[in-house]
Each structure stands twice: as structure tokens, then as C-alpha cells.
Design a binder for this molecule. Structure first.
Ligand SMILES: Cc1cc2nc3c(=O)[nH]c(=O)nc-3n(C[C@H](O)[C@H](O)[C@H](O)COP(=O)(O)O)c2cc1C
Length: 500
């Protein structure tokens, strides 16, 4: 059977087909206490199909657990056929219905799963086939550089809860972890636990509460008051359906900004498809697709001082179309694509119940070097006022050049990117490497020679008992001492700012 061409395949590993070398110490670990052969449906999210890095982790499991069968559904690679060919759809549904457990095996793409897998999940809801998944045990295996992997896991967990599945847990692998024996051992333990949960019919509690029923769509009550945009370039991107509550929100916000706003549907980017994960963009940040995405980006996103993105909640995220837009922006590499901009979102749907979605929206703005000016949802009864406040605030903050200092996700994210790019990716991700050099983003503490000398000298001084006693006694004073100079200069700075 040609595996590249089949939508999914089902195979029992025979000893002669084994390619992965399993260290002797693991050969006994894989035996579960149950002895029953389990049928596992693997829902693969990678558009790369058989060449997916994540799928190699599944192959490893197949080798390690030869008594169980694995059926791979290439949701990421075959999403077009799955959406448009009945045979493909029915075949995969039968595989899910027939299995004992579902393993979501997917790369993390822009803090979530790839748009193609997102679309697959939407189809399950749209076609009302939740019943095929309900009651199944589920687990999730991701590969990534562990940047916002937790949001991808939380999303899939929420989806499993919504589908009535029994979510056992996740394994988050760095894309190179499979080479590491200690990791291999953990992967086997993870999967053993999954199989045992199925065999024991282990009770699993729901973690993410069901989402509330959709509220009535937003309809404006008070006419929007205009805001002086003072020459700021404002862009609203959206994926509205005509006559929807989101369309009314976009219209309301656009009216606040008046004539200077540009409004565009992301459909107009004329994307031919989702990110292929090929990483050919790495050298020069140029995508292999020859479609309208880049021109759309250059026309709307790049010049905007204030960029508003408007979307409707579909399952537990925005639409797959928005996800595709985010994924395709990966061709910008790790260069902060929104640097210096004010970012805002309009969200139609129960955002207050979707902490993960909010975290991703916050994270997108922060990681891309922008300031989050605000998020307006359709949930509260004060949407008119919120839209006006957002318009006003975004202009004010743009005028003042305010970019909120980063919090943990952006600080941690920067360090992950910096270490990954410098530590190896720069051999291929040339454009990133150039940007990181030019903008001083390789800011390793080891390169701060002055600080290293001060630290060494202080450390030596601490070996003198009298000095150490004094520091211990007066620690709070020593901690605030270096800040006193800044406080002294604060009045001058505030005055200078006010005069500008
Ligand atoms: C479009 C795109 C977006 C990505 N976004 C993330 C991300 O948000 N976090 C992360 O840790 N890795 C991210 N990665 C890296 C992939 O998760 C990683 O390379 C993964 O191993 C690819 O698996 P696959 O070969 O199975 O598709 C991204 C890669 C691509 C191509």
C-alpha cells in the first residue's frame, strides 16, 4: 500500500518492518498490565503527512507497542479531501468509531494546532458527528520548541471535553527529544499510562466547563461617536459573515475611527492554502506560496499603526480561516512582525469562558512586539461604549508610543527563541539570525562583561565575614539603593514628557 497516497492506514507492526532502534532497557517497559490489544486512532495534525516530525514519535510508539494497532488519520495533510470527499470523511469516522483510544499527534503551530487540524475539529462540530468521539479515551502528543505548547494542549483538552471524550493527558516533546534516551523512556511511560487508562476504564473528570449557549448577536444601540485619529493609520481585519453580530461590531468600531480607517476581509488575502510547515521560508523569510497573502500583508498589516483583528469564536478559538492567517505569518520568521503597533481584537463569542483563547490573543500581541490596546467582546451589555473606548485608547496610546513592558510569556518566549535560533536554527533561519544580530536580541547574560565583573567582585566580597554580616543585616537597603537615582530623576522626566 502506498502510504503517501492513502488517507489513513492501519497496520500491525511486524518485526521485519521495525526501523526504530529501541534500547534494551525499554523492551520490557512497554508491556501494559492489561494484555488486551488496543486500537488507537492517531489524528495527525501536521500538513507534512508521513514526513511529519511528530509522526516519527508515533512511529516510535508503534515500535515500542507492537501488540497494539495504530490507524493514522492525516487530518493536517488531507484536510481538503476530508472536507470535500464523502468517502474520505466516512472512512475516518469509521476508524474513530472503531477505536479504543484517540491520540491527537500534532505540531504546535502559532500557539495552537495547525489551521488544517483546527478545520478538522470544526467539521466534527458542523457535521454533528461528536457521537463518534464521545466516550473515547484521548491523549495528545505534540512536538514544538515548547513555545506556547501549553495553550495547544489546553485547546485540545477543551475540545476533548466538549466531544465527551476522556482526556488522559499530554506529552509535549521538543522536536529533537526523540534522540534522547531519557525522553524515550518518558514517552513510553506516557503511552503506557494512556493504554492502562483505557483498559481500566479509568474515570476521568471534565476539566473545561461547557461553553454557554450563544448570546444574541450584538446590535448597536447608540450611534458611535467619532474619534480624532490624528493621522494614525488604522486597519481592521475581519472574517465576518454579512449581517452577523461581528459585522455590526466591525462597522461600529470603523465608524468611531471615521474616514481614516481601512477595513478588509482576510478572505481578500486570497490564500491558496494553509502553511505547509516546509520551513523553506527560513532562509529569506519568503513563502513558497505564490498567492495574495504577502501583498495583503504589505498593504494592510505592515503600514498599520493600529491593527484590529475581528473574529467569531468557533469551538474554542477563532475560525480556522483566522488560524490559517496566523500560521501563514510564520513566513516572517521570528522577527516581531507587529513591532511598535497598537493591537486590538473584537471577539464575538464567550471569550470570558475561554482563558486559553485570551492567552493566545494576548501572547500574539506581546510576542510580536506590540501593545495590546484592548479586546472588546460581544458578551457584555456595554459593547457600544467599549468600542468607543477602544478607538480612543488605541489612538492615545499610539500617539504616546506606549508599549507595555513584557510579562512572563513574552520574556520567556524571547529567551526560547534566542536560545533556539542561536543554538542551531540560525544555520537555516538566516533571516532571523540577521535580525537578531542587528537588533541586539542575542542578549545572553554571559555577554554582559561589566555585570559579570561586578557579580564576581560582589561574590568575593561576600566571603569577608564583616561585609557579609552587613549585607545580611541591611539587605532591603541594598536592594533599593540602585533605584534611588532613578527616583531622583523622575520629576525631570515627567516634566520633559509633559512638555512634548
Ligand atoms: C507555521 C509554524 C508555526 C509554528 N509555531 C510554533 C509555536 O507556536 N510554538 C512552537 O514551539 N513551535 C512552533 N513551530 C515549530 C513546530 O511546532 C515544530 O517544528 C514541529 O516539530 C513540527 O512538527 P511536524 O513536522 O510534525 O509538522 C511552528 C512551525 C511552523 C511551521
Amino acid at each position: 500500500m502506498n502510504r503517501q497516497k492513502t488517507l489513513f492506514h492501519n497496520r500491525r507492526i511486524t518485526p521485519s518492518s521495525r526501523k526504530v532502534y529501541l534500547p534494551a532497557c525499554f523492551r520490557s517497559v512497554h508491556k501494559t498490565r492489561t494484555g488486551k490489544t488496543m486500537r488507537i486512532s492517531v489524528i495527525s495534525g501536521s500538513p507534512k503527512g508521513e514526513k511529519s516530525v511528530t509522526l516519527q514519535y508515533v512511529r516510535f510508539l508503534e515500535e515500542a507497542f507492537p501488540d497494539h494497532t495504530f490507524t493514522v488519520i492525516h487530518a493536517g495533510r488531507d484536510i481538503r479531501a476530508i472536507e470535500h470527499q464523502e468517502e474520505a470523511w466516512n472512512g475516518l469516522l469509521a476508524a474513530v468509531k472503531d477505536c479504543d483510544g484517540v491520540l491527537w499527534a500534532t505540531p504546535v503551530y502559532v500557539m495552537l494546532v495547525p489551521a488544517q487540524l483546527k478545520r478538522f475539529i470544526e467539521l466534527v462540530g458542523e457535521r454533528d458527528v461528536e457521537g463518534a468521539f464521545s466516550g473515547k479515551y484521548a491523549a495528545c502528543l505534540t512536538t514544538s520548541i515548547r513555545f506556547f505548547d501549553h495553550t495547544a494542549h489546553a485547546y485540545l483538552h477543551g475540545i476533548c471535553d466538549d466531544l465527551g471524550m476522556r482526556y488522559v493527558g499530554f506529552c509535549s516533546a521538543h522536536l529533537e527529544d526523540l534522540r534522547n534516551e531519557a525522553f524515550q523512556e518518558q514517552l513510553i511511560l506516557f503511552f503506557t499510562d494512556f493504554l492502562e487508562a483505557i483498559a481500566e476504564r479509568r474515570p476521568i473528570q471534565r476539566v473545561f466547563p461547557p461553553l454557554p449557549a450563544p448570546s444574541s448577536p450584538y446590535a448597536p444601540v447608540t450611534p458611535p461617536a467619532a474619534v480624532d485619529t490624528r493621522g494614525r493609520r488604522v486597519v481592521i481585519l475581519h472574517d465576518t459573515e454579512p449581517g452577523s453580530g461581528l459585522a455590526a461590531m466591525v462597522g461600529g468600531l470603523a465608524a468611531c475611527y471615521g474616514d481614516s480607517v481601512r477595513v478588509a476581509h482576510i478572505r481578500d488575502a486570497a490564500m491558496k492554502g494553509g502553511c505547509l510547515g516546509c520551513c523553506r521560508c527560513a532562509f529569506e523569510n519568503t513563502c513558497v506560496y505564490d498567492d495574495g497573502f504577502l501583498a495583503f500583508w504589505e498593504e494592510y498589516v505592515a503600514p498599520a499603526d493600529i491593527l484590529v483583528m475581528a473574529g467569531t469564536v468557533r469551538d474554542r478559538f477563532l475560525s480556522a480561516a483566522w488560524k490559517q492567517f496566523f500560521d501563514r505569518s510564520f513566513s516572517n520568521g521570528h522577527v516581531p512582525a507587529f513591532a511598535g503597533k497598537q493591537i486590538a481584537y473584537l471577539v464575538e463569542g464567550p471569550l470570558g469562558h475561554l482563558a486559553t483563547l485570551r492567552e493566545v490573543l494576548d501572547g500574539l500581541a506581546a510576542m510580536e512586539g506590540a501593545n495590546l490596546a484592548g479586546i472588546v467582546t460581544s458578551e457584555s451589555g456595554e459593547t457600544d461604549a467599549a468600542l468607543h473606548t477602544l478607538a480612543e485608547r488605541s489612538v492615545r496610546l499610539a500617539d504616546r508610543g506606549y508599549i507595555a513592558p513584557p510579562t512572563f510569556p513574552a520574556v520567556a518566549g524571547h529567551k526560547i527563541f534566542r536560545d533556539e535560533i542561536w543554538g542551531g536554527m540560525r544555520a537555516i533561519f538566516k533571516a532571523d539570525d540577521r535580525y537578531y544580530r542587528q537588533h541586539g536580541l542575542y542578549d545572553f547574560p554571559t555577554r554582559d562583561y561589566r555585570q559579570r565583573i561586578v557579580t564576581r567582585a560582589t561574590s568575593l566580597a561576600m566571603s569577608i565575614p564583616a561585609v557579609r554580616r552587613d549585607v545580611v543585616k541591611n539587605m532591603p537597603d541594598y536592594m533599593i539603593q540602585p533605584l534611588e537615582k532613578a527616583i531622583e530623576s523622575s520629576r525631570v522626566l515627567a516634566k520633559r514628557k509633559a512638555e512634548r
